[in-house]
Design a protein around this ligand. Structure first.
Ligand code: HEC
Length: 192
């Protein structure tokens, strides 16, 4: 009887250990929404997305990020200045906000990445991933390839975890209504 009892206890302990080890191996680390957003903020910052996607304002030491317009892209109310097209063979131009670039591809405007309807408000995470990794406009199949200087080629091998974190962060920031203009083809550039 005593033997049977200790065998039962041993069996019970083995089962508990087995169940515990099974659970442990399939368990994924749980990341809270807050830490996902924090990680996304960190990635968006160190990867330099603000360089082009946040307009600048001018302080005593030169350009600073305009935090009221965080990641809202080229401001719709600022027209493109006339360009000396004779220099375009050798130069790539940026406007003073670093939100407009002129080059052999024409004129491109940095996109609104805030969660407004004029930004990525209606985008799924899949769309964001496709835009970032494959350089697809709006992250949709069959659309045009994103123009320079959007450095999407750099992000080709980014992990799904990092994409999720950046997406969560961008969806958490202040939505800003700003309809960024369409790119201008090279032969339509407003020349001086
Ligand atoms: C050197 C400037 C530059 C940097 C740095 C940059 N972008 Fe862009 N980005 C652009 C420009 C310009 C466009 C618009 C290109 C076009 O219209 O084809 C764009 C477009 C996009 C789009 C597509 C928007 C749409 O409507 O299809 C996404 C998404 C995007 N950028 C996300 C990012 C993220 C996230 C980062 C940082 C990891 C980043 N970009 C860094 C310049 C930049």
């Amino acid at each position: 009887m005593k033997n049977l009892f200790s065998s039962l206890i041993a069996l019970l302990m083995i089962s508990v250990m087995f169940i515990y080890s099974c659970n442990k191996s399939t368990e994924k680390p749980v990341i809270s929404k807050d830490s996902l957003i924090k990680k996304g903020e960190y990635l968006v910052t160190v990867m330099g997305c603000n360089d082009c996607h946040t307009p600048k304002k001018f302080g005593p030491k030169g350009p600073e990020l305009d935090m009221d317009k965080l990641l809202s892209g080229h401001p719709e109310n600022i027209p493109v200045a006339k360009v000396d097209t004779s220099l375009m063979k050798d130069w790539v131009y940026f406007n003073h906000l670093l939100t407009v670039a002129v080059g052999p591809w024409g004129v491109s405007f940095s996109a609104n990445l805030t969660p407004d309807a004029t930004g990525i408000g209606s985008w799924s995470e899949e769309q964001f991933k496709k835009a970032l990794k494959e350089g697809k406009f709006k992250g949709l199949d069959g659309t045009r390839t994103l123009l320079p200087p959007m450095p999407w080629q750099n992000f080709h091998n980014i992990s799904d975890e990092d994409v999720s974190a950046m997406y969560a962060y961008l969806k958490s920031i202040k939505p800003i209504k700003n309809l960024v203009p369409n790119p201008i083809p090279p032969d339509k550039i407003p020349a001086m």
